[in-house]
Design a protein around this ligand. Structure first.
Ligand SMILES: Cc1cc2nc3c(=O)[nH]c(=O)nc-3n(C[C@H](O)[C@H](O)[C@H](O)COP(=O)(O)O)c2cc1C
Length: 174
């Protein structure tokens, strides 16, 4: 099972368009794929009590993450790193079990570097906690220019990079 995480709760986020596109790409390659959008993170995850029973605070998602063989994280770059909500979500994961997964990282920005700093930070923290990081990271730059009004990806180059990356990640988790 592959779970794809959209790493922001921002309304109208371009990373959500990228995440939905990545989900469609995986759907064409494997039936076992799910989508977790952090806009759906339960409000109780943001209470002090959430730290007492971390997996329960994100119950809707934690069992799915534990059952997944591979986790694909699509993160935008916010202030040179990952969004706070993504870090908080990871802070609530069941430790160490959830971290023993294989991870693919896709970073997104509207600048030229495609969120490379966010992707780097994410890879480092997952690695430090025991994650197995797929080396084929993808950066998606200039994200505001590559979707049409129907939220369809219009860049063939980015589409190919995401498709090649998904195929290679499925091989990696075998
Ligand atoms: C709070 C915030 C901080 C941001 N910081 C950066 C940044 O440090 N570097 C960057 O390239 N883009 C930054 N951006 C712009 C995002 O790259 C841009 O919004 C892009 O569309 C991806 O974010 P989105 O998924 O929220 O749309 C920031 C955006 C927000 C909302």
């Amino acid at each position: 099972m592959i779970e794809i995480i959209i790493g922001t709760m921002r309304p109208g986020a371009y990373s959500r368009k990228v995440g939905n596109t990545v989900f469609s790409i995986y759907k064409n390659l494997t039936p076992d794929v799910g989508l977790i959008d952090l806009k759906d993170i339960p409000r109780e995850a943001f209470t002090p009590e959430a730290y007492e029973d971390r997996p329960r605070a994100i119950q809707a998602f934690s069992d799915r993450l534990l059952a997944a063989k591979g986790i694909v994280i699509v993160t935008p770059e916010y202030n040179s790193s990952v969004p706070g909500v993504l870090k908080h979500f990871i802070d609530l994961w069941k430790f160490p079990d959830t971290f023993k997964r294989k991870f693919s990282i896709i970073s997104v920005s509207n600048g030229n570097f495609g969120g490379i700093r966010a992707g780097g930070h994410l890879g480092e923290l997952l690695l430090n906690r025991g994650g197995n990081i797929f080396p084929g990271k993808v950066q998606v730059p200039m994200v505001e220019t590559i979707f049409n009004e129907k939220d369809e990806l219009t860049s063939d180059a980015v589409k190919k990079r995401l498709e090649d990356n998904a195929k290679a990640f499925l091989e990696f988790i075998k």
